[in-house]
Write a protein that binds this ligand. Structure first.
Ligand code: AP5
Length: 217
């Protein structure tokens, strides 16, 4: 099955995607994670992306479309993929439709995670992420803390706060979301594959809801 996860920053897209990967063996494609890896590797792409990301703006569509087209052609995506944080603009969504057609692929479910702005700010200012770029496990000091303070349960690396999760940048990311990304709800909501999920519940209840409503096995 191939999924698109839609939702505001902090709605829980990455958390849900990581659970779907571990239970069903799907592949998570997070454009944010790909860009952060480029930044830590100091590539030209990373240098270009950093200033947009640090201010809460979006990286230009043509850059993102190129990254995604290369990624979905990789062999592991045959298992089924979850698009986490892409598409994020109407241009990206239209470009993705053409890309899927060119590559003989299709999307089975578009899942929107719906959440309030106050909850976004609460979740993102208390999030911690594993600093190991090949792990990237997500924690929350309030709702899902690690067993040992500041250390990843899975790989033992230090946990960090991302540079874009201070309150000011989170508020800017929300403005960008309403301006550029929320129009995608209208773009996709006419489709029978579209599903809106209340993302204010627990991680377990959201996961069960998505599994039962998509028929994922
Ligand atoms: P990106 O990395 O994609 O960030 P985002 O979409 O803004 O989303 P986040 O990763 O912040 O949140 P999430 O929804 O995954 O929530 P999470 O599961 O971590 O993008 C970063 C930047 O990169 C963008 O601003 C942009 O500049 C650039 N970019 C990326 N893609 C792009 C694109 N396509 N086009 C252009 N630019 C692009 O959960 C958050 C916290 O809440 C965690 O602590 C978690 O433990 C906790 N939590 C999760 N679920 C629950 C729950 N049910 N209950 C309680 N706590 C929960």
């Amino acid at each position: 099955m191939n999924f698109i996860l839609l939702g505001a920053p902090g709605a829980g897209k990455g958390t849900l995607a990581q659970r779907l990967v571990s239970v069903f063996g799907l592949v998570q494609i997070s454009t944010g994670d790909i860009l952060r890896k480029e930044i830590s590797a100091g590539t030209d792409l990373g240098k270009k992306a950093k200033s947009y990301m640090d201010s809460g703006a979006l990286v230009p569509d043509e850059v993102i479309l190129g990254i995604v087209e290369n990624r979905i052609k990789e062999k592991d995506c045959e298992k089924g993929f979850i698009m986490d944080g892409f598409p994020r603009t109407i241009i990206q969504a239209e470009g993705f439709d053409s890309m899927l057609e060119r590559n003989g692929l299709s999307i089975d479910a578009i899942v929107e995670l719906s959440i309030s702005d106050d909850e976004v700010v609460r979740r993102l200012t208390s999030r911690r992420t594993c600093s190991n770029t090949s792990c990237q496990a997500i924690y929350n000091v309030i709702s899902s803390p690690p067993e040992k303070n500041g250390i990843c349960d899975k790989c033992g690396s230090p946990l960090i706060q991302r540079s874009d999760e201070n309150e000011e940048t989170v508020r800017n990311r929300l403005v960008t979301y309403y301006d550029k990304t929320s129009p995608l709800v209208r773009f996709y909501s006419g489709s029978s594959r579209y599903l809106k999920i209340d993302a204010s519940g627990t991680i377990d209840s959201i996961f069960s809801d998505v599994v039962s409503k998509t028929g994922l096995k």
